[in-house]
Design a protein around this ligand. Structure first.
Ligand SMILES: [Zn+2]
Length: 328
């Protein structure tokens, strides 16, 4: 499962040129909240693909892009989806056009930092887990700044002479996942339809639609792929995510057909090589997503419970310590 890294770009924090006029802003290590962003800089204008998880991180990124944006200012912001690590910094660009799919925009008002703050206040292992993963982030200045322009399906933009295609492929990770494709430099910004080195999480589903999204991305003429989390990749990275999703689908269905509960299936599935990916505990939500697809009337498990299950799988115990061994 080794990633061939066509770009050869180092996985280091900051700006990386990936193609003609295309840049990735990387935030290692790609785990919870450490998301990537992108910049496509044309003649006298740029589009920013996603802001970051909080205002200070986004401010730092905008400063890091200033050598480019001084002559090619950001005129447009595009949010790939509704998770906070892709739009909580929007307020620093509130006077620009902000674009997202209608479905992503509809989810944003109820996807603010309040839920994450609540998680951090929980007692016990779930709270310990949330306090650990969300400790680096500061939402004290947050002001909800929603997209000003929405679309469905597809939107083609001209950014200073560079064509940027926004292609909606959700629901999958969330309800309105959208990619940004720059044909002239064979560059693709995928948002969280790709996690590289970490485990994808199926908040919305259906899983089958995420597999379809992978196939659409594989059919594009691309050489550089900037994932929502993790290092820059190429089509091999898309195939890895497709393989993981297919594995989860097959293994969860088998256990559903054998009469196991989702919880039993999660415990029973041996992740093998996929267990070496970071955030492997997300299997808890991913098995549920398959069960929801198979049993449309099944009541959905609330996010707090799912977080607790992920924390347990990743070794957070009642005494508030994380197990050192994450390789199972
Ligand atoms: Zn993300």
């Amino acid at each position: 499962m080794s990633a061939s890294d066509a770009s050869n770009a180092a996985y280091t924090k900051g700006l990386h040129e990936v193609g003609d006029g295309c840049f990735a802003w990387l935030e290692p290590d790609g785990s919870w909240g450490w998301s990537n962003a992108g910049l496509v800089a044309g003649d006298g204008a740029s589009i920013l693909v996603d802001t970051l998880f909080d205002v200070p991180l986004t401010r730092n990124m905008l400063e890091g892009m200033s050598s480019i944006t001084a002559t090619k200012p950001i005129t447009t912001v595009f949010n790939t989806h509704s998770n906070g690590d892709h739009w909580f910094g929007n307020q620093l660009l509130k006077d620009r056009e902000i674009i997202a799919s209608s479905a992503a925009t509809a989810e944003m008002p109820s996807a603010g930092p309040e839920r994450l703050e609540a998680l951090r206040l929980l007692p016990g292992p779930t709270g310990d887990f949330a306090r650990e993963i969300f400790a680096p982030f500061d939402w004290s200045d947050f002001e909800a700044t929603l997209p000003t322009r929405t679309f469905d399906g597809r939107l083609d933009l001209d950014i200073g002479g560079i064509q940027v295609q926004l292609i909606e492929l959700g629901p999958a990770h969330t309800g309105g996942d959208t990619i940004a494709y720059v044909p002239s430099s064979k560059t693709l910004f995928t948002g969280d339809l790709l996690f590289i080195g970490g485990t994808p999480i199926i908040w919305a589903g259906p899983l089958s639609n995420w597999v379809k999204a992978c196939d659409v991305m594989l059919d594009l003429d691309v050489e550089q792929v900037v994932p929502g989390h993790g290092p820059i990749t190429d089509k091999d990275g898309i195939r890895q995510v497709r393989d993981y999703l297919t594995f989860v689908d097959v293994e969860a269905r088998k256990r559903h057909d054998a009469g196991m509960s989702a919880e039993e299936a999660v415990t029973d599935i041996a992740l093998g090589e996929f267990g070496k990916w970071a955030e492997h505990g997300r299997i808890a939500q991913n098995v549920l997503a398959v069960y929801y697809e198979l049993e449309p009337t099944m009541p959905h498990v609330d996010v707090l419970t799912v977080f607790g299950e992920i924390a347990r799988l990743e070794g957070f115990t009642d005494d508030g310590t994380a197990a050192a061994d994450h390789d199972h």
